[in-house]
Design a protein around this ligand. Sequence first.
Ligand code: NAP
Length: 247
Amino acid sequence: MISFTSEQRFIVTGASSGLGEAAALLLNELGASVIGIARNQERLEAMKATAKYPENVFLEQKDLTENIKGLPAYVKALKEKYGKFQGLAYCAGISQIQPLQFLDYNDLKKIFDINYFAPVLMIKGVADKRCNIGAGTSIVAIASIAAFARDKGHLSYAGSKAALSASLKCISKEVIGRGIRVNCVSPSNIKTPMNTGMEDYEESQKNLYPLGFGETKDVANMIAFLLSDKAKFISGQNYVIDSGGVL
Ligand SMILES: NC(=O)c1ccc[n+]([C@@H]2O[C@H](COP(=O)([O-])OP(=O)(O)OC[C@H]3O[C@@H](n4cnc5c(N)ncnc54)[C@H](OP(=O)(O)O)[C@@H]3O)[C@@H](O)[C@H]2O)c1
């Protein structure tokens, strides 16, 4: 059974909704302290209100794309405030469906800012030896099966997730010597606010999704496992969570 102590602190981005919220609540339920980051304070408060141990949930309202260059320093400031981190679950992100014909640089940059540049620089911050506990530190980011697919209109989203998972593999090699593990999870369709109202679509996709669309906890369980010492031998991997039929 996975368990943490309240001295084990995890940063969870995207903690106000969907997969990040589920990861924050599960890590907290398993005993860890969570620093939940997102822009929407009201939704962050709502997440904290449902936590099993709300005294171990700390909220940081922040737009992670506002000063991307400053994210390593931001992590350092969080470390001064809370103490060294056991790890990071980077779950913030946006999707975008836009065919090539309508795409411009600003659209591409917007999606890469939150889905690629911000996670890489948050990871740089957490991997800094001044900010983590050293050996046993674990970092997980959410990519997507879109990175493996070839769906029309997904070029920017898929590109950002492919770039993220590729960079995480390289980062894992750089930090494993210090006992820091870095992994990715790549879900298919999971029922979150990012894709609500998809019941008809879910029904039409039964051949690809024999187990239906996933629940947020399906992904949170994998994140908690990878962040825990039960996964102490695992790094540089990208785990597909896809209902057993998409890839
Ligand atoms: N749901 C799926 O089916 C699925 C499948 C594969 C991959 N994913 C990936 O999983 C991740 C989470 O998706 P989700 O379904 O949980 O989406 P969601 O419910 O829309 O949650 C997205 C989270 O990201 C945060 N966020 C977005 N922009 C931000 C910014 N500029 N600064 C700080 N926080 C920001 C949002 O918080 P605020 O709005 O409060 O800032 C929110 O907490 C995304 O990277 C997504 O691509 C999702």
